[in-house]
Write a protein that binds this ligand. Structure first.
Ligand SMILES: [Mg+2]
Length: 422
C-alpha cells in the first residue's frame, strides 16, 4: 500500500485568499488585518475576504453591506483583476516548470497530473511541497495542495490542507495533504455531502429527505433510490462519486485568446442599415460566446473586406472587459463610421481579444429578474443589459439559438443583396 503513495497522479493547487494576498503583496500594511476585496461600491459584492474577516463570518459573494455589519473594522480594497491575472500567470509558470499537464480551473486554482514528472522530481508529495515552496519563493503567495488518486479527492485534500477557522481563531493549515489510497474511503466518507460537485441546494434538499448528510451516508443509499429521486444521470453519478469512483483526467484547455464571428455577403453591401444590422447580430453572437465561457474581452476589432478585396481592420480597447452585445456593437459602429464603405462590403467580422475570465464582481450582480418600469427610456443601463443578456441566454438554452434575435438587428426586414434588385 505504501508504495502507491509515491505514484498518486493528481495534485489540486489552490491559492489561499488569493486576491487578498495579492493586495498584501503590494501593500504590506494590509498584512494581519481584516481585508475585504471587492464590495467597495454601495451595491458591491465581496470577491475575497482575508481569514481575519472570514473569522467574523464574511464570505465571498456576500453583499458589502452585510460584510460591513459582520466586520466593521474590515478594510475594503477595490478589486484589480489585471493584477490578479498577472499573479495567476506567475503561479502557472511554477506549475508548468513541473508538467505541461495543467488544468486551470480559475485564476487561483488548478489540477496537475504529475505522473510524467515523478522520475524527475520524486514522489507526488515531494512535488506538492516543491510547488508550495516555489510559489512562495518566486511569487510571494501561499497555496494549499491536495494529492490523491483522483481529482475529486485531490480537491477535497487541498481544502483539508488550508488554514482552518476555529472558535479560537485561524489555525495554520497543513499546506499539503496527501490522501493515501488505503485512507481514501474513510477520508471521503467523513465529508458532508455538499462537498461533492453537483450537490447544490436542490439536490441537497432531496438527499436530506433520504437521510443523507455525509458522503458516507450517501454511499449507503441504494443506487435505485438515488436514481428515482435524482434521475438516472445524476443519481448514478453521485453514487459513483460516493464510492470514490472519479475517473476524470486532467484536461488541458488552451486558453481562449480571441472570439470572433464573421459573415460573407452574397452580394456586396452598401446600405448602412444592412451593415448595422449585421454588426448587431455578430456582436450578439460574440457576446453570447463570451458569456457561455465565462469570459470578457477588452479589445474589439472590426474587419471589413471591401468590394475591391482590400482588407481593413480597426480596433478599440475599453477600460473594463465586457460580454455585452450592446457595448460591443456600439464600439464597432463607431469604428465602421471611420471607414469608407461606399463601394460596398463583401465581408464583415467582429473579433474580441484581450480575453480574461469574468471576475466575481461581474458575476456577483443580481441577474435574477429583468424589470423595466420606465418604458419611455430607450437606453438600457449596464445592469439592465446584463440582466437582459442572462435572460436571452436562458431562452436560447431552452428554445434554441434562433428563438430570440437582437431587437435592432432587423433580421426580417431585408436580406443583403435583395436591395440591389429592388
Ligand atoms: Mg483559492
Amino acid at each position: 500500500m505504501g508504495d502507491d503513495v509515491e505514484a498518486l497522479p493528481f495534485l489540486h493547487v489552490d491559492m489561499d485568499a488569493f486576491y487578498v494576498e495579492v493586495e498584501r503583496r503590494r501593500n504590506p500594511s494590509l498584512v494581519g488585518r481584516a481585508i475585504v476585496v471587492g464590495g467597495t461600491s454601495e451595491r458591491g459584492v465581496v470577491a475575497s475576504a482575508s481569514y481575519e474577516a472570514r473569522l467574523k463570518g464574511v464570505r465571498s459573494a456576500m453583499s458589502s453591506v452585510q460584510a460591513k455589519r459582520l466586520c466593521p473594522e474590515a478594510i475594503f480594497v477595490s478589486s484589480d483583476f489585471s493584477t490578479y491575472v498577472e499573479a495567476s500567470r506567475e503561479i502557472h509558470e511554477v506549475f508548468f516548470s513541473i508538467t505541461p499537464f495543467v488544468e486551470t480551473i480559475s485564476l487561483d486554482e488548478a489540477f496537475l497530473d504529475v505522473r510524467h514528472a515523478l522520475r524527475l522530481f520524486g514522489s507526488s508529495e515531494s512535488i506538492a511541497w516543491r510547488i508550495k515552496n516555489d510559489v512562495w519563493e518566486t511569487v510571494g503567495l501561499d497555496c494549499s495542495v491536495g494529492v490523491a488518486s483522483s481529482k475529486l479527492l485531490a480537491k477535497l485534500a487541498s481544502v483539508a490542507a488550508k488554514p482552518q477557522i476555529t472558535e479560537s481563531g485561524v489555525l495554520a493549515g497543513m499546506g499539503v495533504k496527501v490522501v493515501k489510497e488505503a485512507d481514501e474511503i474513510s477520508f471521503l466518507h467523513a465529508h458532508p455531502v455538499r462537498a461533492l460537485w453537483g450537490v447544490g441546494a436542490v439536490t441537497f434538499a432531496k438527499l436530506e429527505s433520504l437521510g443523507v448528510s455525509s458522503i458516507g451516508d450517501l454511499a449507503q443509499v441504494p443506487v435505485s433510490s438515488l436514481v428515482s429521486s435524482l434521475g438516472v444521470a445524476h443519481g448514478t453519478h453521485l453514487a459513483m462519486l460516493a464510492q470514490g469512483d472519479d475517473s476524470r483526467s486532467v484536461e488541458i484547455k488552451r486558453p481562449v485568446k480571441s472570439i470572433s464571428h464573421e459573415r460573407t455577403f452574397e452580394v456586396d453591401v452598401q446600405q448602412y442599415e444592412v451593415l448595422k444590422s449585421e454588426i448587431i447580430s455578430l456582436s450578439d453572437a460574440v457576446a453570447a460566446r463570451l458569456r457561455s465561457k465565462g469570459l470578457v474581452g477588452k479589445t474589439i476589432s472590426l474587419k471589413l473586406r471591401l468590394a475591391d478585396f482590400s482588407l481593413v481592420s480597426r480596433s478599440v480597447s475599453i477600460g473594463e472587459g465586457t460580454d455585452l452585445s450592446g457595448q460591443i456593437s456600439a464600439k464597432v459602429l463607431g469604428l465602421m463610421a471611420k471607414v469608407d464603405c461606399s463601394d460596398g462590403v463583401r465581408l464583415i467580422g467582429i473579433r474580441m481579444t484581450g480575453i480574461a475570465n469574468r471576475g466575481p464582481e461581474q458575476l456577483g450582480l443580481d441577474y435574477g429578474s429583468f424589470d423595466r418600469t420606465d418604458s419611455n427610456q430607450l437606453e438600457l443601463s449596464l445592469t439592465e443589459q446584463k440582466k437582459l443578456a442572462v435572460a436571452v441566454d436562458k431562452i436560447r438554452a431552452r428554445f434554441g439559438q434562433s428563438a430570440i434575435n437582437p431587437g435592432a438587428s432587423g433580421k426580417n426586414f431585408r436580406q443583403p443583396g435583395q436591395q440591389r434588385w429592388a
